[in-house]
Ligand binder design. Structure first.
Ligand SMILES: C[S@@+](CC[C@H](N)C(=O)[O-])C[C@H]1O[C@@H](n2cnc3c(N)ncnc32)[C@H](O)[C@@H]1O
Length: 596
């Protein structure tokens, strides 16, 4: 059968026709024009006659590629014979060349590496570990990079093995079996690539596969580019497919801790220890009730005095402050550029760690004390009296972009979770300069009753596996009600379900973040949002920190405080007292309990 390109004179049967197609395919992957390939094949067939196919196929079409390149150069009037090496190619093309290096291939490997579930979760000394048994869990560790493999080596290997049958060996998306699970498809692609690289290293020390010269290096370069482009496209396609199937587990968490839950991806980086991975947890962007907590946000509870139905667009630009500003003394808490107003910053800063405290009448009435010892509760240790911000909400007439809706719009800053060099475990840093008063994130977690939290802590302590919780008390308004029922005395725990805020580290006194209680849909203040704002300008790459207000000398607390590594000149907890280190029982109260 004659081929469509007129090579019928040199190919007499179906086998030759198939061979012609293969040759065209191999050259097409190098971006070589079909007419030129046809012409070159004709010329070669005149020279080599019946031996042509054997020569071409045994040499992975190198001969053909050489000739086509040569013809191409001749046609362009700049034929030349060069005998440079792979590195020369890069030199020749300059540093901006888009030659795919081994490093890039390494990156590709890690970017398509599927997350390993469970087994790779690593424990960090001195950091609460709560997640070993969680199902969603662990974040995949990037595979170890193969050292000592230069770009040139990769090129040579690929030419040696791939040109002859590119589609098959490149793991192209079109050749991947549809019924194979997505994760396995990617795994086998990565395995293919690794095998190719390993073979390359061996080849490098064996007989020379090809003579290095510029045309070949160009050929290899294009080949590598094709591989990388195909793999990228396939990885994206597969990730999208997996996502569409509703299984977010597959997303590479190191590229986005939030798994698409936030407006911007939150990268996880570890510059000092490649083996450490963030602890596993379910990423949620809104707090959820665990079980017993009573969060009343029913529409009927929101009276007219708690919303602004007649407002339009932006309440901050209205002639008079609406009902939603009443809670903040008739003035909105936010500025026109979405930051916390100076007066709040000043107030919170001045209060520092010493808020005016409300003391429950007796131990029994203190939600924190009564479940510790129902028979004989200890005296209330006091709860801070906090000012609340009230945002516009569902029953307000303003738009979603009203200036009095800041926290409810979620994270709008570029953030990164990173491994701290001081030994504090993972921390959060901003990737952009932040002005003073900028809203960064809220503390999101499970909403638990204090009793549930106590039971959870107790159960974990009994297990004795060093697992700790991440609770924050919602006691900012405990002073206004004499007898809080258990289901109304709440806290947030980000141990199993949480957002990026669970990586916020402590800094004594001069931390750059402050927390504000924000009321969005629950006017009774049993539940509220704990929103974090910067208290000064924070430069890009600075770690975000919060003064947990830990009493490092609290000898009554059941769990000793960590040795503080905040490096602040005002550090209160550099050395925990011996008593604290040795004690294993007792009780105590802190405004915020980031338990250690
Ligand atoms: C809410 S977590 C913060 C995220 C944590 N670094 C991690 O890797 O998951 C609180 C824990 O971080 C560690 N930590 C936070 N601030 C610290 C500090 N200033 N010095 C030492 N450890 C700190 C303590 O282990 C503490 O129990």
């Amino acid at each position: 059968m004659a081929s469509a390109d007129g090579l019928a004179t040199t190919t007499q049967d179906d086998e030759d026709d198939e061979r012609t197609k293969n040759a065209h395919y191999a050259m097409a992957t190098l971006g070589l024009p079909k007419p030129l390939v046809t012409r070159t094949l004709k010329k070669l067939s005149k020279v080599y006659g019946n031996d042509l196919w054997e020569l071409l196929e045994n040499g992975n079409y190198e001969l053909l590629a050489d000739q086509v390149f040569e013809n191409q150069e001749k046609m362009q009037g700049r034929a030349r014979i060069v005998t440079s090496s792979a590195s020369d190619v890069q030199e020749e093309e300059g540093p901006s060349s888009n030659v795919q290096s081994d490093k890039e291939l390494g990156h590709l490997e890690s970017s398509v590496q599927p997350p390993l579930l469970g087994e790779n979760s690593v424990k960090h000394p001195g950091v609460p570990q709560t997640h070993g048994s969680l199902p969603l869990a662990a974040i995949g560790e990037a595979p170890p990079k193969q050292s000592g493999v230069s770009a040139g080596k990769v090129f040579r290997k690929l030419v040696a093995s791939d040109v002859s049958c590119p589609k098959k060996q490149l793991g192209s998306s079109t050749t991947l079996k549809k019924e194979k699970p997505v994760k396995r498809q990617l795994e086998s692609m990565v395995a293919d690539l690794r095998a190719q690289k390993e073979k390359l290293v061996k080849t490098e020390h064996g007989p020379t596969v090809m003579q290095p010269h510029t045309q070949k290096e160009k050929l290899v370069k294009r080949q590598v580019e094709t591989v990388v482009t195909e793999l990228h496209a396939t990885a994206e396609e597969l990730q999208q497919k997996q996502w569409d199937q509703g299984n977010g587990q597959f997303l590479d968490i190191s590229l986005d801790l939030s798994r698409g839950n936030e407006a911007y991806p939150i990268r996880v980086v570890n510059e000092s220890n490649s083996k450490s991975l963030p602890p596993s947890f379910f990423y949620i962007s809104k707090s959820e009730v665990h079980q017993d907590a009573h969060v009343n946000s029913s529409l009927t509870r929101i009276g007219d005095d708690h919303c602004c139905p007649s407002c339009k667009d932006n309440c901050l630009t209205a002639d008079f402050p609406c009902a939603c500003a009443r809670e903040t003394g008739g003035e909105f808490a936010y500025t026109h550029d979405g930051c916390l107003a100076d007066r709040y910053l000043a107030k919170v800063y001045k209060a520092g760690t010493s808020y005016r405290k409300h003391f429950c009448e007796s131990g029994y009435h203190c939600p924190e004390e009564r479940h510790k010892n129902e028979e004989n509760p200890s005296k209330c240790k006091g709860h801070p009296v906090r000012d609340f911000i009230k945002e516009c909400w569902i029953k307000c007439g303003c738009s979603k972009f009203c200036g009095n809706r800041v926290v409810q719009r979620g994270i709008s800053r570029h953030l990164e979770v990173f491994w701290t060099s001081e030994g504090k475990g993972w921390g959060i840093r901003t990737l952009e300069d932040l002005p003073a008063g900028a809203f960064v994130f809220e503390y999101v977690g499970e909403i638990l009753t204090n009793n549930e939290m106590y039971e959870r802590n107790l159960a974990l302590q009994k297990k004795g596996n060093g697992v700790h919780t991440y609770p924050v008390l919602l006691d900012g308004d405990w002073g206004s009600e004499a007898n809080l029922k258990d289901e109304e005395a709440l806290c947030l725990d980000a141990t199993y379900f949480g957002n990026v805020a669970r990586f916020l580290n402590h800094r004594c006194h001069d931390a750059n973040m402050i927390d504000m209680p924000v009321e969005i849909e629950s006017p009774d203040h049993h539940y509220y949002h704990v929103a974090f704002f910067t208290n000064r300008v924070v430069k890009a790459m600075e770690e975000l920190t919060w003064d947990y207000n830990i009493d490092f000398e609290d000898v009554d607390h059941p769990i000793p405080a960590f040795t503080c590594l905040c490096a602040s000149q005002f550090c209160r907890g550099r050395k925990p007292s011996r008593e604290l280190q040795c004690r294993s029982e007792g009780n105590g109260t802190k405004r915020r309990e980031m338990l250690q």
